[in-house]
Design a protein around this ligand. Structure first.
Ligand code: CA
Length: 713
């Protein structure tokens, strides 16, 4: 390891910069990477110039196309693509980051909001940063303690943390330059998304709509860290102005679309947790907005009103946050149909007219093409089967919602497509402007939407007003399997936005397909839940190359070049919302970087023989375990430990955990917070001792059912 010099510099500069764990591996020496002078000097002009060798913003350009113009690696030589270097990451949870690469330096993040800097050619670690997020904040994250990456601007690296801080680091040393708390930390806000920087303003939103918060986007001065503006996406529950730039539009347009309901306690949701795009020519910032809080429309807003700006795309002025236009994808949402998915900007000819468009496939399953100057809907077609609405009325821009889909208003369960996992979630979409094709990591998962009979806001869990466990009124185990597991498909869909037609589709083994990268070499790259990193032919989806990554992949790859050599790099590591609840897999968190004729090799995987558990004895009557125990488990535990207590491989499988077999140890963990530093907080405020014992009985019952089955079944 040749990190001695860098490490000693870093350690003397700032105490929180940690030593790199001794697991780094170099494949080749740093080949003249220049990190002297103005390191990581990203500017708006440079991002707009589309420099082929760099990846300077989250979606590569402000247009978020995730299309690299590099051509050295192409459809003809892809077989020679080999591992050049890899580095192990310190946190073994879901890895969702897109690395930023500028002038030979790579900056990326890992779970729990850690930041790493590498020499992008050799993989040599330059520095790492641990923001020391207290473990108790893990419970606020609906979908794993993930982070989707940093922003880089004029020598500074910006990261948002799970506990809601926005931190500016010196790109050369990793030293903290400033740090701001951007949320009310007493509330269940988190930051998982990557910041973007536009004209010296760092834009950052937050998550938490599932738990119960009010969404907003903030702009901070990149140099000083002062708050410049804030835009709220839902009305102030107290009916008062916020003293924010959104006040005017909220009074005029937004507040009249909300009616009496739980939003006045929850804040209404509408968090801005992922997608942002920018058109420098129009000077418009585009913002993807999340679903409502709680999901249940009847509970949230009396089953009335559009509830702006939930599930909407907003166009704002980046200097001031001033509202310009909005388009709402799902009025009165109650299916978790967030519009926080990739927003991609492109110019194309539609109906004989050159149009500046914005494209999005939100969770609701439609491919939207919108005039990005005016917000006018140009076209919308479903990319997968959608049962909540079969079409969108183009003139009004509104979906033709199926009456059956309104489960909270009707008081009747609705078997919906897409599910709350979405036809497309945060997994990045890419667009090839030469082919005119969008590539979407799509999901085909059905879901029984069932309104909670009596809504009550609870701490330390999601507050949806919707029974997410899918078990209410569906006691038959078989029915549950039909509803959820039988329709678990994923696919890469190549879509022509002009004709609104599918060009090709590649089905995946499961729904767990990662984010996408398209390159001018005629390739589409993607990692998947089965642990493969794959390259496809962009014109027809033909599978051309794959690499066994030894772990499930959810993040999106990037491409860059140094000294004339093209690299493909991806952060791997199984986890995220779906994996925790429904997935099966192992986590080996790493950065993997490839080049033609690379010489590195991953260490062999050690096969660990699973212990054959002994058949445990029941501690309570089966009926108690399967009613109270299952109910409490499904409310508080399943989002991290898995549906039916089947672990996704990221958190312990409780059916096989020794803790479950000892009453006092189990109580110490569940009610006394013995493992709070790992994110397993005390649930004493929510779960009684008796209920805790019922959960333990349920887990033992599940262990009995699963006895002699292989892990993960
Ligand atoms: Ca959501």
């Amino acid at each position: 390891m040749k990190i001695g010099k860098w490490l000693s510099v870093a350690l003397t500069v700032f105490g929180m910069v940690m030593a790199i764990p001794g697991q780094g591996h170099e494949a080749s020496p740093a080949n003249g990477t220049d990190v002297a002078g103005k390191a990581a000097w990203v500017t708006g002009e440079r991002i707009a110039a589309n420099e082929a060798q760099n990846w300077m913003s989250h979606g590569r350009g402000y247009d978020e196309k995730r299309y690299s113009p590099l051509v050295q690696i192409d459809v003809n030589n892809i077989a020679q693509l080999k591992l050049a270097w890899f580095q192990d990451l310190p946190t073994k949870r879901g890895q969702e980051a897109t690395p930023i690469v500028v002038d030979g330096m790579m900056f990326t993040t890992s779970a729990w909001s850690h930041v790493q800097a590498f020499d992008a050619a050799s993989g040599r670690p330059l520095w790492s940063f641990d923001p020391k997020v207290p473990g108790v904040n893990g419970i606020k994250a609906c979908c794993d303690v993930v982070n989707r990456g940093v922003a880089v601007w004029k020598g500074k690296v910006f990261v948002g943390t799970i506990d809601g801080r926005l931190i500016a680091l010196d790109a050369k040393s990793g030293k903290v330059l400033w740090s701001k708390v951007t949320v009310d930390q007493s509330k269940p806000y988190t930051i998982t998304g990557a910041p973007r920087v536009i004209k010296g303003k760092v834009l950052i939103g937050n998550g938490g709509a599932e738990m119960g918060v009010r969404g907003y986007l903030s702009a901070y001065d990149a140099d000083k860290g002062t708050l410049i503006w804030r835009f709220y996406t839902t009305p102030n529950p107290k009916g008062k102005p916020d003293g924010a730039v959104s006040d005017k539009i909220i009074a005029k347009l937004v507040a009249p679309t909300w009616f009496d309901g739980e939003w006045k306690n929850s804040g209404g949701g509408g968090t801005v947790w992922d997608s942002l795009a920018y058109d420098p020519e129009l000077d418009l910032l585009y913002v993807g907005v999340d679903n409502g809080s709680p999901w249940n429309y009847m509970v949230r807003s009396g089953g009335k009103g559009d509830n702006l700006f939930l599930s909407s795309i907003l166009a704002l002025r980046p200097d001031t946050g001033e509202y310009v236009w909005h388009y709402q994808t799902t009025p009165g949402d109650e299916w978790d149909y967030a519009a926080t998915q990739s927003i991609i900007l492109a110019d194309m000819e539609i109906g004989g007219q050159k149009r500046k468009v914005l494209m999005q496939v939100p969770k609701n399953g439609f491919f939207y093409v919108i005039d990005r100057k005016t917000g006018e809907l140009l076209s919308a077609k479903p990319i997968v089967e959608t049962t909540w609405a079969k079409s969108i009325d183009i003139a009004s821009g509104r979906p033709n919602i199926e009456p059956d889909a309104r489960y909270s208003v009707n008081g009747k369960p609705f078997f919906g497509l897409p599910s709350p996992y979405g036809a497309h979630s945060w997994h990045s979409m890419a667009f090839d402007p030469a082919l005119g094709l969008a590539f979407i990591p799509a999901q085909d998962i059905s879901f029984p939407f069932v309104a909670e009979s009596k809504y009550k806001s609870r701490g330390l869990t999601m507050n949806l007003g919707t029974d997410l466990s899918g078990t209410a009124e569906l006691p038959d185990e078989q029915k549950e399997k039909v509803a959820t597991r039988s329709r678990l498909k994923g696919a890469i869909i190549a879509w022509d936005p002009v004709t609104q037609k599918q060009a090709w589709r590649v089905d995946q083994a499961g729904p767990t397909n990662g984010g996408l990268l398209a390159t001018a070499g005629g390739l589409v790259f993607q990692g998947n839940g089965a642990g493969e990193f794959v390259a496809f032919r962009a014109t027809n989806g033909e599978r051309l190359w794959s690499f066994p990554a030894q772990t499930g992949i959810i993040a999106a790859p990037v491409s860059y070049s140094i000294d004339g050599r093209q690299y493909i790099s991806i952060v791997v590591g199984w986890g995220g919302g779906y994996a925790l609840v429904m997935g099966e897999g192992v986590n080996r968190s790493r950065v993997l970087t490839f080049t033609l004729d690379g010489k590195a090799e991953l260490p062999a995987v050690e096969t660990v023989k699973a212990n054959q558990p002994t058949l445990p004895e029941p501690i309570l009557p089966v009926a108690t375990a399967m009613s109270t125990g299952k109910q409490v488990y499904s409310r508080y535990c399943f989002a991290c430990h898995g549906l039916n207590a089947v672990s996704g491989g990221i958190t312990p499988d409780l059916r096989r955990s020794p803790i479950v077999y000892n009453q006092s140890t189990f109580n110490a963990v569940v009610r006394k917070g013995a493992l709070a530093d790992r994110g397993m907080v005390s649930f004493a405020s929510e779960i009684t001792l008796e209920e805790t014992e019922a959960v333990r009985a349920y887990l033992i019952e599940r262990a009995r059912e699963s006895y002699a089955q292989p892990p993960g079944k």
